[in-house]
Design a protein around this ligand. Structure first.
Ligand code: ADP
Length: 166
């Protein structure tokens, strides 16, 4: 069984993240999406909201599961016997950051391999931070995120809260 972990903030999940997931499930037997909770970072969506959105989005695949991690990703996945870390790369700036991160993870856990998947050109411009900014100005994000995320963003920025679903 070949299992990979796909960690990220997913604040919120975008069509770019889903594209990576969709392509990864065709390569790996199982995929564990790891929603990272880093106490140093400020998120728009709480960890529970991000996990719950991601769980709803990966429902169509029975070989994808979602977990929340508030510790070191490499320790977290090692405990679950996962040895592959999957990361998406949009451009050279992403690559430079991801490359350094992969070296740091290698130093922390030499048995874990990082694998990079390049973005599908269609999703090249999708970035959670830019999408949040656009949504905060009530811009149309419907072509960038799944509809449940678009609704969650609308609720965040118009009502100051999420729909009871999340
Ligand atoms: P992080 O805070 O860990 O970078 P993100 O949620 O921003 O979390 O991203 C999670 C992973 O998905 C990262 O590897 C990132 O490079 C990748 N990613 C984000 N957006 C895209 C996209 N549009 N296409 C491909 N990969 C992406």
């Amino acid at each position: 069984m070949l299992t990979a972990a796909f960690p990220g903030s997913f604040d919120p999940p975008t069509l770019g993240h889903l594209n990576i997931i969709e392509r990864a499930v065709r390569i790996f037997d199982e995929l564990l999406v790891v929603v990272a909770e880093n106490r140093q970072k400020k998120y728009l969506f709480s960890a529970e909201e991000r996990v719950s959105m991601m769980r709803a989005l990966v429902e169509p695949w029975n070989n994808v599961s979602v977990a929340l991690c508030d510790s070191l990703i490499v320790d977290f996945i090692k405990k679950r016997n996962v040895r592959i870390l999957l990361r998406g790369v949009r451009d050279v700036w992403d690559f430079s950051y991801e490359f350094e991160l992969s070296l740091m993870n290698k130093a922390l856990a030499s048995s874990i391999e990082t694998i990079f998947m390049t973005t599908d050109p269609e999703y090249f411009i999708l970035r959670s931070s830019a999408i949040k900014e656009l949504a905060s100005f009530h811009g149309d994000v419907s072509g960038m995120v799944p509809s449940l995320v678009a609704e969650a963003l609308r609720n965040k920025y118009t009502k100051g809260g999420l729909s009871p679903k999340f």
